[in-house]
Design a binder for this molecule. Structure first.
Ligand code: 0O2
Length: 212
C-alpha cells in the first residue's frame, strides 16, 4: 500500500489536524465554563486510525487500499469522541461547532433522533479543518462523535461484543443489546427530568434570595 516515508508524509496533516481540533475544543470548553454555560463534557477521547484499521475499512467498503483512496474515502482517520452528561449538551456543542468560522461541518449523522436498528445512538459530525503546512493548505477531515455517558457505556460494550463475535453477534445478544439501548434512552430521559427539577428548585431559591 505504501512505504514508511509515504506513510509519514500522509499521516502528518492528520496529526496536525487533530492537535488543532483538540485546541479548538479546549477553548470552547474553557470559554463556556468561564461564561457559566454548563454544557457538561464528561470526557474527550481522541485517536488516529491505525494503518491496519484503515486497510480493513477500505477492504470492507471494497475500495482498493491506497493512501489516495484512504484520504478520499475514510473521513474518520481523525476521530474525536465527546462524552456529555445530557442529550441537550450534545446539541449545544453541535451548535457551537456550526457557528465556528475556522472549521466546516460537512456532514451530520444523527443517530440520536434516528438510532441505528441495533440501538446505536450518537451524533456524528464530519468536519473539515484547514491545516496550514509550510507550502500548502491541507483540508483534513475528522469525525466527531457526541454521546451521553449512557450511550457511551452501551457503545463500548457493543463494540467489544461485535469484535468478539467477528462482526456476527448471535441473535439473542442482539435482542438483549436492543433492550439495553432502549433502557439507555429511558435513563437519559429520566436523568434530564431530575436535572430539570433540580434546576427549577435552584431558580426558585435564587429568586427568593435575590438582593432587593
Ligand atoms: P471502529 O472500529 O470504531 O473504528 P462512513 O465512515 O460514513 O463511510 P460508517 O463507518 O458506517 O461509514 O459511518 P458511521 O455509521 O458514521 O460509523 C462510524 C463510526 O461510528 C464507527 O467507526 C464506530 O466507531 C461508530 N459506530 C457506528 N455504528 C456503530 C454501532 O452500531 N456500534 C458501535 N459500537 N459503534 C458504531 P468504524 O470505523 O466502523 O469502527
Amino acid at each position: 500500500m505504501y512505504d514508511t516515508n509515504q506513510w509519514k508524509e500522509f499521516i502528518l496533516p492528520y496529526k496536525f489536524g487533530l492537535d488543532d481540533l483538540k485546541t479548538k475544543i479546549n477553548i470552547m470548553v474553557e470559554e463556556a465554563f468561564l461564561m457559566g454555560e454548563n454544557n457538561s463534557i464528561e470526557h474527550i477521547k481522541t485517536r488516529i486510525k491505525t494503518p491496519s484499521s484503515m486497510l480493513e475499512k477500505l477492504k470492507r467498503k471494497r475500495i482498493e487500499p491506497t493512501l489516495e483512496n484512504a484520504k478520499q474515502h475514510l473521513l474518520d482517520i481523525v476521530g474525536v469522541r465527546i462524552v456529555c452528561s445530557f442529550v441537550s449538551d450534545i446539541y449545544e456543542i453541535y451548535n457551537l461547532f456550526l457557528k465556528r468560522k475556522d472549521l466546516k461541518v460537512v456532514e451530520v449523522k444523527d443517530y440520536i433522533r434516528n438510532p441505528k436498528p441495533n440501538g446505536y445512538q450518537s451524533l456524528h459530525l464530519i468536519v473539515q479543518i484547514p491545516v496550514q503546512l509550510t507550502h500548502r493548505v491541507e483540508h483534513v477531515m475528522a469525525e466527531i462523535q457526541l454521546r451521553t455517558l449512557a450511550m457511551d457505556f452501551w457503545a463500548s460494550l457493543e463494540h467489544k461484543i461485535f469484535y468478539k463475535y467477528n462482526r456476527d453477534i448471535p441473535q439473542y445478544l442482539k435482542d438483549e443489546l436492543k433492550e439495553a439501548a432502549d433502557s439507555v434512552k429511558m435513563l437519559d430521559e429520566k436523568m434530564k427530568g431530575i436535572r430539570d427539577e433540580v434546576n427549577a428548585i435552584d431558580a426558585v431559591r435564587d429568586s427568593i434570595f435575590l438582593p432587593l
